[in-house]
Write a protein that binds this ligand. Structure first.
Ligand code: FES
Length: 241
């Protein structure tokens, strides 16, 4: 379990920009009178987005004031959800998925790149540009392995294309979001057949095929057992002679 505490070094003040204030008022107005506290997560999220992807104490207090909530209740929410960063996370905050589909498709190699270039998790690189964190499934498993950097997903990663992506971000160059190997959304990789076009999925020919496989396995087991018994009996008969 991770201990989540507020950053030791805090800014003196926080206020929403005029544009974000309007956005917050719109969010609050979505809820019935007396239920304004329901807007707490969107408001914390907006405060985080405005403040380089981390939540200072003053922002948590500000959200409490806007929603008429005690500070401690907003703090409980901010410290409970890992989507809220309580410490600086650099200009590019990388959340690396390490859950099974991404792991099977090479997330350990992506993690090795992060460890080599940035160092440990929850640590801002010396140039202030990067920090990273291993997270659970981000819902883009079909394009694994993947990372989320700030608000965007980067998928179909390899150590090579990921290193290049980080180089480009560090240099402020434009980068391509989504698949890094050029596929659109989750379409099949170039040159690979679309499994959904396999006619046997729809013609009924594979319905119950697992039963057939089990029947074959059971028959093979029975045949092997009978053969072993016959060999044993033959050996015993030969001994008697
Ligand atoms: S397992 Fe990585 S996105 Fe789902």
């Amino acid at each position: 379990m991770t201990v989540r505490r507020l950053a030791q070094k805090q800014p003196e003040s926080f206020d929403f920009t005029p544009e974000n204030k309007v956005w917050c008022e719109r969010e609050i107005a979505k809820y019935p009178k007396g239920r304004q506290a329901s807007a707490v997560i969107p408001l914390l999220w907006k405060a985080q987005a405005q403040h380089q992807y981390w939540l200072p104490q003053r922002a948590i207090e500000k959200v409490g004031q806007m929603l008429g909530m005690p500070y401690i209740r907003v703090l409980e929410i901010a410290t409970f959800y890992s989507m809220f960063n309580l410490e600086p996370v650099g200009k590019h905050f990388i959340q690396m998925c390490g859950t099974t589909p991404c792991m099977l498709r090479g997330s350990n190699d992506i993690k090795a790149v992060l460890e080599k270039r940035i160092g440990e998790q929850r640590h801002v690189s010396a140039d202030g540009k990067f920090a990273w964190l291993e997270v659970e499934c981000l819902g883009a498993c079909c394009n694994a392995p993947m990372v989320q950097i700030n608000d965007d997903y980067y998928e179909d990663l390899t150590p090579e294309n990921f290193n290049k992506l980080l180089d480009d971000l560090a240099e402020g160059k434009p980068v391509k979001k989504g698949s890094q190997i050029g596929r659109t959304s989750s379409e099949p990789e170039p040159g690979k057949a679309n499994a959904l076009n396999d006619a046997t999925l729809y013609d009924g020919s594979v319905v119950g095929s697992w039963q057939q496989r089990f029947a074959e396995a059971r028959a093979a087991e029975k045949e092997a057992a009978e053969k072993a018994a016959a060999e044993k009996a033959a050996a015993a008969a030969a001994e008697k002679k």
